[in-house]
Design a protein around this ligand. Structure first.
Ligand SMILES: [Zn+2]
Length: 290
C-alpha cells in the first residue's frame, strides 16, 4: 500500500510537471474510480488549468482554476503516471504499469493535458478514487475532515505531539500513531521503524511512556519519513521517480520486513507480532514490554 512518502513523491513529481497546464479531456472506465458527474467534469474540470498540487494525509489534491479541486486517494494499489513525448514520471503502487505502455488493463482514469501529455490513474484493485468538488468544500469532505494534524508539518511541534498523545493515555502507542484521525500520515512501515528507534514496545500504553520517550518517538517518526521521502518512498522494485532516484527506503529499514535478521543494535533476530491488527516488527530485546 502506498504510504505517505510515496504519496508525497507523487505530489512533488506532479507539481513539477503539470502546474499551469490545462485539462483537455477526462475519461474513466470504472465509475467508482472517478466519483463525479459528467456535468461537473465538463463544467469545472475540462478547460481548467492546474494551479496547485498538494498533499493532505495520504490524499492528493489538485486545485483547478475553476475553483474546483480533484481529490484522490491511491488506497491499496493506486499509482499516478505522467507521460509526455520527452518525459515520464510515475509513483505510487510499484508495479510494471509505472514503466509499461499506457493505457493498459489497470488504467482507470486518463486525463489529457493541453500540451499532448497525459496523466494516468492506474489501480489494479480498484479501491482508489478521485472526487471532484469546490475547493471551499475540501475541509468538510468525508475523508479530509477526519484527518488529524499532519505528522510532518513544520507547525506540528514536539509539544503538540506529546499533548495529543497524552489525550489517549490508555491506548497503545502503535495503534495511536497509526490512527489517521489523531495523526495524519504515519503508516505501518514508519510506525514500526520509529518505535524500534525509540526502543519501546509497540503495545505500551501512552501513559507508561516518559516525556523523553514521547519526544524521541516524535523525532524518529519524522526523521524516518523524511529520509524515505528523500529516497523516493519504500518501493522495493527499481523504478525511477521524479528526480531520477530509485525508491529504496526498505534497503535502510531497521525492522520492517526483516523477520529473522539481526537487530542492528543488539544482533537479536527480529520477530513479527500482531499489534493494532497489523503485522508488527520488533526486536524482542531492545523493545521489552515494561
Ligand atoms: Zn535489538
Amino acid at each position: 500500500m502506498p504510504e505517505l512518502p510515496e504519496v508525497e513523491t507523487v505530489v512533488r513529481g506532479l507539481s513539477r510537471l503539470i502546474i499551469g497546464k490545462s485539462i483537455k479531456s477526462v475519461s474513466c472506465d470504472n465509475a467508482k474510480s472517478l466519483q463525479a458527474s459528467r456535468s461537473t467534469i465538463d463544467s469545472f474540470v475540462i478547460g481548467s488549468s492546474i494551479v496547485a498540487v498538494r498533499r493532505r494525509g495520504k490524499g492528493i489534491i489538485v486545485e483547478l482554476s475553476s475553483g474546483y479541486a480533484m481529490l484522490g486517494h491511491l488506497k491499496m494499489t493506486g499509482q499516478m503516471v505522467y507521460v509526455a513525448a520527452d518525459a515520464r514520471f510515475g509513483a505510487g503502487h510499484p508495479n510494471d504499469s509505472l514503466v509499461e505502455d499506457l493505457p493498459n488493463s489497470t488504467t482507470r482514469i486518463t486525463i489529457d493535458l493541453d500540451d499532448a501529455s497525459r496523466l494516468y490513474f492506474n489501480d489494479v484493485r480498484k479501491f482508489g478514487w478521485i472526487k471532484v468538488m469546490p475547493i471551499h468544500e475540501l475541509e468538510t469532505d468525508s475523508f479530509l475532515s477526519k484527518l488529524g494534524p499532519e505528522a510532518l508539518s513544520l507547525d506540528f511541534g514536539v509539544d503538540d505531539f506529546t499533548k495529543r498523545m497524552l489525550r489517549y493515555p490508555n491506548r497503545n502507542i502503535k495503534a495511536l500513531i497509526l490512527d489517521q484521525s489523531i495523526l495524519a500520515g504515519v503508516g505501518n512501515i514508519y510506525a514500526d521503524e520509529s518505535i524500534w528507534m525509540t526502543s519501546v514496545h509497540p503495545t505500551r500504553v501512552v501513559s507508561s511512556l516518559s516525556k523523553t520517550e514521547l519526544g524521541e518517538l516524535y523525532t524518529n517518526m519524522r526523521s524516518v519519513m523524511n529520509i524515505s521521502i528523500d529516497l523516493g518512498g519504500s518501493t522495493n522494485k527499481n523504478y525511477v521517480n521524479a528526480e531520477g532516484k530509485r525508491g529504496n527506503y526498505l534497503n535502510f529499514a531497521n525492522v520492517y520486513a526483516r523477520v529473522g535478521q539481526p537487530c542492528k543494535r543488539c544482533m537479536t533476530a527480529i520477530v513479527k507480532i500482531r499489534v493494532a491488527g497489523r503485522g508488527t516488527h520488533i526486536c524482542p530485546i531492545c523493545q521489552v514490554l515494561v
